[in-house]
Ligand binder design. Structure first.
Ligand SMILES: [Fe+2]
Length: 507
């Protein structure tokens, strides 16, 4: 594939916005056109309109919904969002705003976070939307609602991505070229601390740029919903015990995962919520903006076409042996009739990299995943691409996994590897395939492991060869195609080259 696409290809691709009246007027600031000297100017936009999955989780015809969100400087205006099955629109979304301080205590400023909830939608339909303000149209775009059971789908996964590096942009561009129905982000989507101002600087400009290019990014977020999971860089402060917490004293705009992102809220009220510290007033302001998303958005699930996705918080403050958490996982996985089951969490259970090998606590959930026929588990955290053989795992000692805030959570156990599966001629796996796709933009780990299987076994795991491929000499993304009983998974590097591929079939 070439690195450049024509104007025609650009328009045919998943751009989503067909008209944008908001023009850049400074770093991260966009202005609406002036309507004359006597008409008050609209506030500057700090984040252009973007899509969020919103609350819809199971696939119900007529009950599909999506959120169009944007952010402005702190001056209210009469914004509205209209939508419909044609450019006649015809329906108006319920639009609301909350206030959020963005930036550090010294030079940050209050912003308004807008969300327009587009509800009552049909499945598998193209909808048009427009954002209006001050009596004029500011942005027009379109999106496609989720596909129903029995339909093909294609999605992209990657993690550990945004910190202003050129590789973030290349991965965004390759994602765009893959034309996904949606993106599954495996966490650490913003560095260094998951702050609101970091999203504004590093995330939105790259995945919602107005043009597409390997050194620009792509206009994805305006037409393609991004699902994401909370990860360690979202919770980057330390408390007095040196345990990770979201520290609102240092960062008044911490935990943007709960304010800028809107995922389904069908998870449990977590028994181990994301820990926060800071002045009561700032915590109250955060809770007000987050609303029911905090702390519930830590775990959720959703369906797309023939697939079910269970998304979990795997942070250091989580004890995956917790009975209530396991009960919910069991209920969720046993309650779906989806042909394909994915689980998504940031900290890989099976990983031979040098950085985070000891963080194995999520291994204790493997028997549950196997019992309920999970096909693929997706992770990030290690800035590498690693794919295991299909495997079953029975923990023999979960005591360290249960120790929250410990750096050593090694979880020994018994491996059963499916060494017959090769993803080419033998395509029916016995066990779960664990995929780490953390080479999504941030600097790479373990570059010298690429193509050296001798490095992919560790004595701590009895030198069990559970890793089938390990590529970290380049950034990459994972493209999934689901077509009935066939799944194709392709790893694509930042220049568009295919570097790994497996096919998985069901009997
Ligand atoms: Fe991470």
């Amino acid at each position: 594939m070439s690195n450049f696409i024509s104007r025609r290809q650009f328009l045919r691709a998943a751009g989503g916005v067909t008209f944008l009246a908001l023009t850049p007027v400074g770093a991260g600031l966009f202005a609406a056109p002036s309507l004359g000297p006597d008409v008050p100017l609209l506030p500057l936009f700090t984040v252009l309109p973007y899509l969020q999955p919103g609350e819809a989780s199971t696939l119900v015809e007529g009950q599909e919904s999506l959120i169009v969100a944007w952010q402005t400087q702190a001056q209210p205006a009469d914004f509205s969002v209209e939508f419909g099955l044609s450019k006649l629109y015809g329906q108006t979304a319920h639009t609301r705003f909350t206030s959020r301080f963005s930036g550090n205590p010294e030079d940050g400023e209050p912003r308004l976070n807008y969300t327009a909830n587009l509800t009552g939608l049909s499945l598998n339909k193209t909808y048009f939307y427009r954002v209006r303000g001050g009596g004029q149209t500011l942005a027009e775009g379109y999106f496609h609602t989720r596909k129903a059971r029995g339909m093909k789908t294609r999605f992209v996964a990657f993690g550990d991505n945004s910190f202003g590096d050129i590789s973030d942009r290349a991965i965004a561009y390759q994602t765009y070229k893959a034309r996904p129905d949606f993106v599954m982000n495996t966490g650490d989507n913003v560095y260094e601390g998951g702050l609101d101002n970091e999203y504004a600087r590093y995330f939105f400009p790259v995945y919602n740029s107005t043009e597409a290019g390997p050194d620009i990014g792509a206009p994805l977020l305006r037409s393609v919903p991004f699902y994401t999971v909370i990860a360690n860089h979202d919770v980057h402060g330390r408390n007095l015990l040196k345990h990770p917490v979201a520290d609102f004293t240092k960062d008044p705009d911490a935990l943007a995962y709960y304010t800028a992102m809107s995922m389904p809220l069908n998870g449990p009220n977590p028994s181990q919520p994301t820990p926060v510290v800071g002045p009561a007033k700032r915590l109250e302001a955060f809770q007000q903006t987050a609303g029911p998303r905090f702390p519930r958005q830590a775990n959720y699930s959703f369906d797309y076409a023939d697939a079910h996705f269970l998304c979990l918080d795997s942070n250091i403050y989580i004890d995956p042996t917790d009975a209530s958490l396991q009960a919910w996982i069991e209920k969720d996985l046993s309650g779906t009739d989806a042909l394909w089951k994915f689980v998504v969490y940031h900290h890989p259970a099976f990983n031979v990299g040098a950085e985070h090998y000891e963080q194995q606590h999520m291994r204790v959930l493997s028997p549950l995943f196997e019992k309920h026929g999970v096909d693929i588990a997706l992770h990030g955290h290690e800035h590498t691409y690693q794919r295991t053989v299909p495997l079953k795992f029975l923990p023999t000692d979960s005591s360290k996994a249960a120790q929250m805030n410990s750096s050593d959570r090694r979880t020994p156990g018994t491996f059963t590897l499916d060494t017959v599966f090769d993803g080419k001629t033998h395509t029916t796996p016995l066990g779960v395939i664990y995929v780490t796709t953390g080479a999504g933009g941030k600097h790479l780990y373990d570059v010298d492991y690429t193509g050296v299987p001798a490095k992919w076994v560790l004595p701590d795991d009895g030198s069990t060869p559970y890793v089938a491929n390990f590529i970290s000499d380049r950034h990459s993304l994972t493209v999934f195609e689901l077509d009935g009983k066939t799944l194709t998974m392709t790893q694509v590097d930042e220049s568009g080259r295919e570097i790994d591929r497996i096919k998985v079939t069901k009997a």
